[in-house]
Design a protein around this ligand. Structure first.
Ligand SMILES: Cc1ncc(COP(=O)(O)O)c(C=O)c1O
Length: 415
């Protein structure tokens, strides 16, 4: 037998095992100052590309004012209790109604957080007779929702419709014997690769198979579609999405999330989602702040236009400079390089310390061994000058990587 705490040392995980060298630098870094492309890291200004503040709403003066006034009027405690018991307000219901109108779904339910919202929605929507079919590159909140599902689940190869159909055949066969239904889950925008889920093609499969579709559009809401209503709007198939999810943590630059669906589904979720029934309701400043953010998304399309101007400049510039940015068709911009984890850490360190460019680094096991992914999130606040500067810095570090300058035997301590 072993002591439980002793065992934790052996189970630190792929990132945790580097905690001593990386903490405070690669992991848990502190970016200080107002949220903007230029923020301070360890007292020095850096050009940041890792905040999902797509539309620049985090520090928009009208947003800051709405947040501050709501906090002054209501404090952070109000309302007390879960929505069902004592935590409901007109503002919560107004936000749900405005979100529903914006995404053109009959009803919306507000959620406290996206991660636990998706997990809890999956838990509520299916029982042991039902079968889930999901994309292999699904976000952790979907994977953890699946862990709660005691029925069968089938995974299909990322965005591969042949594989999805194969799994739908299996799922249908099984559901016919159990008397259950089938739930297909994909993301709208995959947050690592920037690829879009093939929602339109999945919706078209409804002509052949009987299933309901849940789309996690965390990165698509606000950035995709003519009005910013998300990837369903961009692919012109919003009505085929049975359960539309997004979070306030990205374009909306806040906290909270929501699901839009048919009235009967939202009523069911209101009375059966454990993460909402057994948890305190969203604080008023979050709700009033979200109303303001939604108003700006609706009334200031120039924010999304500016975002896309930066996205196109960045992605075209990187491609023209010979970088592999994969198959993104969304603002998420991965830059794929070849190298080891020590090389990745030295390259990122060089970028951050000598070029003052701050971006997130993604290595194995999120990407295959030998691949270094630097993930850039352009926003409406970045300028074309920022783009030019960054591409130039990337060219310099890539040359050094290719000439072996970052080859070191072990990860240096940066913490
Ligand atoms: C695809 C996806 N779903 C859900 C979430 C979770 O959202 P939240 O930060 O509101 O918990 C995220 C955020 O990281 C995400 O990228």
């Amino acid at each position: 037998m072993k002591d439980l705490f002793e065992k934790l040392n052996e189970r630190m995980g792929p990132l945790g095992m580097h905690a001593d060298e990386a903490h405070g630098y690669f992991t848990f870094p502190k970016l200080e100052g107002p949220i903007a492309p230029r923020m301070k890291f360890r007292g020095v200004e850096k050009l940041t590309w890792s905040l999902n503040n797509y539309l620049g709403l985090a520090s928009h003066p009208e947003v800051m004012k709405a947040d501050a006034e709501a906090a002054a009027e209501f404090g952070m405690a109000y309302p007390m209790g879960a929505r069902m018991m004592s935590g409901n307000t007109n503002y919560h219901e107004q936000l749900e109604a405005e979100l529903a109108a914006f995404i053109q779904k009959p009803k919306v339910i507000l959620l406290n957080y996206g991660y636990q919202g998706v997990l809890s929605a999956i838990d509520a929507l299916v029982d042991r007779h039902d079968v889930i079919v999901y994309d292999a590159e699904s976000h952790a909140c979907i994977i953890d929702g699946l862990r709660l599902h005691i029925g069968k689940r089938y995974v299909y190869t990322h965005n591969n419709m042949e594989s999805l159909e194969k799994q739908l055949v299996r799922a249908t066969k099984l559901a016919e014997t159990t008397g259950g239904g089938v739930l297909v889950i994909t993301e709208g925008v995959f947050g690592m690769s920037g690829s879009q889920g093939k929602i339109k093609e999945i919706v078209d499969l409804k002509a052949k198979y009987n299933f309901r579709l849940l789309v996690d559009d965390a990165h698509g809401f606000g950035t995709m579609g003519t009005t910013g209503a998300g990837t369903g709007e961009a692919q012109n198939c919003m009505e085929g999405i049975d359960i539309y999810f997004s979070t306030f943590a990205k374009s909306m630059a806040g906290i909270g999330a929501f699901i839009g669906s048919e009235p009967q589904v939202i009523k069911f979720l209101n009375y059966n989602m454990r993460s909402q029934i057994y948890a305190k309701s969203l604080p008023m400043p979050m709700v009033i702040g979200a109303l303001k953010r939604l108003e700006l998304i609706r009334t200031q399309p120039q924010l999304k236009d500016q975002l896309w101007k930066v996205v196109h400049a960045l992605q075209n510039g990187l491609r023209e400079a010979g970088f592999d940015i994969g198959i993104t068709t969304t603002p998420v911009t991965p830059v794929l390089l070849n190298g080891s984890i020590p090389e990745a850490t030295h390259l990122t360190h060089d970028l951050r310390e000598n070029h003052h460019v701050f971006c997130s680094i993604v290595v194995y096991p999120v990407v295959p061994k030998g691949v270094i992914m630097l993930r850039l999130i352009p926003t409406a606040m970045h300028t074309l000058e920022d783009v030019k500067y960054t591409i130039n810095a990337f060219k310099i570090v890539k040359n050094k990587l290719d000439s072996g300058d970052y080859r070191q035997e072990k990860i240096a301590a940066f913490a």
